[in-house]
Design a protein around this ligand. Sequence first.
Ligand SMILES: Cc1cc2nc3c(=O)[nH]c(=O)nc-3n(C[C@H](O)[C@H](O)[C@H](O)COP(=O)(O)O)c2cc1C
Length: 212
Amino acid sequence: MSKVDIVEVMNWRYATKLFDAEKKISTELWDEIEESLILTPSSFGLQPWKFIVITDQAVKERLLEHSWNQLQVTGCSHLVVLAAIKDLGEGDVERLIGDTHAKRGGDAAALEPYKGMMLGFLGHMNEEQKYAYARNQVYIALGQLMTTAAILEVDACPMEGIVPAKYDEILGLEGGRYTTVVACPMGYRSDDDKYASLAKIRYEKGDLIEHL
Ligand SMILES: Cc1cc2nc3c(=O)[nH]c(=O)nc-3n(C[C@H](O)[C@H](O)[C@H](O)COP(=O)(O)O)c2cc1C
C-alpha cells in the first residue's frame, strides 16, 4: 500500500462546479473507483444500496432540469446516483447471511444469532425508520466515493440539489425497492472553474474536535 499525503489530497479536492466535458475517466480508473465504492462499510454489512452509473449523455441531459440545472450533471464524465433500499427486511438479512456463509464457509447454524440480532433490530423499526437507516448508510458510501476520487485525482461534486422522485422516474427506479438519495458527478475540473482556487471554509479544529 502506498501512503498519500491525505491533508494535501483533502485540500486539493473541492465540490467541483464546472467539469471539463472533454475529459473522461478511463475505464481502468473507473473500475478501481467502483471497487472502492463497493468496499464501503455498512451497518451489519447489509449494503442497503444501489449505485447507478450514468455515462449516457442523453440520460444526463434529461436529469439536468431535475438537478436545479446544475451543469455538473451534464459536464461530468460519470454521474453516480446513490440509491437506498426503501423497505429493508428479512430478505435482505437472508441475502447477507447466505453470502457470508458462501464466502466464509463454516457452520451455517453459527450465523443464526447474528441473523436473529439483525431481524430483531429491523423488527423494531417502522418503514420510515428503516428508510432513514438505509439512507444514512448511503451517505457513508458517498463519503467513500468522494475520498476515493480525490486520492485518484478525480474530481467530484456531492449533490443533494436534485429532485429524487424525478430521478427515480427517469432511471426506472419508480415502483421498485430503491430510491434516489444523492448524486455525485465525477470527472475532471475545467480550467475555468473559479471554485478550484477558493480558500477552504472550515471552522477551527479546536471548535470541531474535543479531546477528553
Ligand atoms: C450532502 C451534500 C450535498 C451537496 N449538494 C450540493 C449541490 O447540490 N450542489 C453543489 O454545487 N454543491 C453541493 N454540495 C457541496 C458543498 O456545498 C461543499 O462540499 C461545501 O461547501 C464544502 O466545500 P468543498 O467541498 O469545496 O470543500 C453538497 C455537499 C454535500 C456533502
